[in-house]
Design a protein around this ligand. Structure first.
Ligand code: F3S
Length: 398
């Protein structure tokens, strides 16, 4: 991989330990993926923020690399393991909270904005079409590559941090137009009416197309919320960084149509809905907000909860900025009067909730994957209307 004189000097340690380590990581990545050079990037999004995920080893890496090192570009942060103000209500213990705060303080000292959200594109980190960026958080990478037309590989928390420190990333994969082309045409032969079904579609695609980049036809009305849910589950279940959708995504008309065609019908949805629904009646936790809710979603939730009381825990996760906006309109008050909690800075999947809750009802197929895996919950994926109905009744009903 070609390196400039300045990059060679960074590698030789002339710009300090943090930069040297960061560039070593990028050069190693570039060699693995056969990158020809490093290219400047406009922003970064860092994952691996929860102490529940990164543990002592991750925290110690952050302590080592930070020192006097600062990020060179706009850099935002994924959710951590708790709401910074309401962690006790989440049943998080004090020693976890202390470690979590230390992680966030290290990032802040490095110049990272403590946005603590997986939807940074809703709160001011929104790349434009053609912008090269280095983002971790697979749902957000899928969203910005596909819907906004930005160029990002699926970075890990470490490679995104390294890219933010250097302000560059190795040029390979999604940074090369040709690599973004669709390989399979997917025809949707059924009507998708509920936004949670876009999440279900992500799971179905993983079974039908594996790791091929899809060009999806037959969807007219998806909305940003549907794109968000599809991006999250498609990235989770397939490992892909991008999809194309006719007349909807940023580059939908910039490639030849793939010859291979796959059809998806009611049958596929029936099978997928069964897979995404474990068997239980007693519900411990209902969670909406994977990925973090938009203002529009909060307004819809408030309508459904107005003058109602919930019998189970109902957690709605969003970014602090969106929550502040919603507060001005009285939306948060309406939601929380029902007994629900609007939590910020966090994500149920990366919170230390194993054995605290056992059953979860959620709108998100991605949340299902991680909650089954990390916290060992039994999970049902359903619409936000049904989530709220369940929280009000206190039990699941078919
Ligand atoms: Fe966000 Fe957590 Fe879901 S990071 S996309 S809320 S699993």
């Amino acid at each position: 991989m070609y390196l400039t004189k300045e990059e060679e000097d960074i590698l030789n340690g002339e710009y300090g330990f943090g930069k040297q380590k960061a560039l070593e990581i990028l050069v190693a990545l570039g060699k693995i993926y056969d990158a020809d050079t490093l290219i400047p990037i406009k922003s970064a999004q860092i994952s691996g923020v929860s102490y529940y995920n990164i543990g002592e080893a991750g925290l110690s890496f952050l302590r080592d690399i930070s020192g006097n090192t600062r990020v060179q570009i706009k850099t935002t942060l994924n959710p951590g393991g708790m709401d910074l103000a309401r962690w006790e209500e989440m049943k998080v213990n004090a020693s976890f909270a202390e470690k979590q705060m230390e992680i966030i303080d290290i990032f802040k000292k490095m110049g990272v904005e403590p946005t603590l959200t997986c939807t940074p594109y809703l709160v001011g980190n929104s790349p434009k079409k053609g912008d090269h960026v280095a983002w971790a958080e697979s749902s957000a990478v899928m969203y910005i590559n596909s819907y906004l037309g930005a160029y990002s590989n699926r970075e890990s928390g470490i490679s995104a941090l390294a890219a933010a420190i250097i302000g560059k990333t190795p040029r390979y994969g999604m940074h090369i137009k040709e690599q973004r082309k669709p390989n399979v045409r997917v025809k949707i032969e059924t009507k998708i009416e509920n936004s949670k079904d876009f999440g279900v579609l992500g799971y179905i695609l993983s079974k039908k197309i594996g790791g091929e980049i899809p060009y999806i036809q037959g969807i007219k009305d998806i909305g940003e919320e549907g794109i968000k849910l599809l991006s999250a589950s498609l990235a989770t279940y397939t490992g892909l960084p991008i999809f194309h959708m006719e007349k909807i995504t940023a580059e939908w008309d910039e490639f030849d149509l793939p010859k291979e065609v796959v059809e998806i019908d009611d049958h596929d949805f029936k099978y997928a809905n069964e897979y995404l629904s474990d068997s239980f009646k007693e519900v411990d936790l209902v969670w909406i907000g994977c990925p973090h809710t938009s203002l529009k979603e909060l307004k819809e939730i408030a309508k459904l909860l107005k003058n109602k009381k919930v019998k189970t825990e109902l957690w709605i996760t969003t970014s602090r900025k969106i929550k502040e906006e919603a507060k001005k309109d009285g939306i948060i008050e309406i939601i929380e009067e029902s007994g629900a909690k609007v939590l910020c800075d966090t994500c149920v999947a990366v919170s230390p909730l194993k054995n605290i809750f056992k059953t979860l009802v959620t709108t998100s197929a991605k949340a299902c994957y991680y909650s089954r895996g990390i916290n060992r919950f039994l999970v049902k994926v359903t619409s936000s209307e049904k989530c709220i109905e369940t929280a009000i009744k206190g039990v699941w009903s078919d």
